[in-house]
Design a protein around this ligand. Sequence first.
Ligand code: SIN
Ligand code: FE2
Length: 212
Amino acid sequence: MIPDLFAEPRAAMAPGAVLLRGFALPRETALRAAIDTVTAEAPFRHMTTPGGFTMSVAMTTCGEVGWVTDRKGYRYSPVDPLSGKPWPAMPAPFRALATEAAAAAGYPGFHPDSCLINRYTPGTRLSLHQDQDEKDFSQPIVSVSLGLPATFQFGGPRRTDPTVKFPLSHGDVAVWGGPSRLFFHGVATLKDGAHPLLGRKRINLTFRRALE
Ligand code: SIN
Ligand code: FE2
C-alpha cells in the first residue's frame, strides 16, 4: 500500500517541532464556547508595537499573565491594560488540550500560565518573530489553529534563515520547543473565506509558560 503522506497526522517541522494535524478537533465545540466566554470579559484589541505600528492581528489573553505590547515594549502583564483587572482564568478545555498536545509532541508536564488568543481576518498577517519574552526556554510553545486555513512560516534561529511553509487547518496543533524553541516563525497573509464554525476569521491559541 502506498501511504498517503498528506493524511499523515503528524509532521516534523524542525528538530523539536511537530505539527499534530486535527489534534484539537474533538474539542472544537468546547474551545469555541470558551473563546466566547474569555472574549466577553477581555475583548479583542489591536495593540501597538514599540515602533508605533498597530498590529493587524487582534489579540486578547486568558491565564495568570498576558503578553502585551505598547510604545514601552513587549512584556507579560498580570492585568488587562484595558480593564485594569486580572485576565480571565484559563478555561479547563484550553488547559487540558495544551498539556495533552505538548505530551504528544514529546514535552510531558507542560502547564501553561498564559494563553494568547489571536484573531486573524482576511488580509491580516503576523510577521516573522521569535517568542522570547518568557523566562524558561525549556518550556515548549503550543499553538492551536481554528477557523480559516493559514500558512505557517517556520524558519531557524536567525531571521535570515530560510523558512518552510506548513498549511494550518482548523484543529491543527503545532508544538515547538527544545532545539527549535527560539526559531523564527510567522503567519502569511490570510486568504478570504468562510469557515463553517467560525465564519470569516482564523483564531489561534498560543499557550506558553511565561513565568518560572
Ligand atoms: C504566534 O506566533 O504568536 C501565532 C502563530 C499562529 O497564529 O499560528
Ligand atoms: Fe509566535
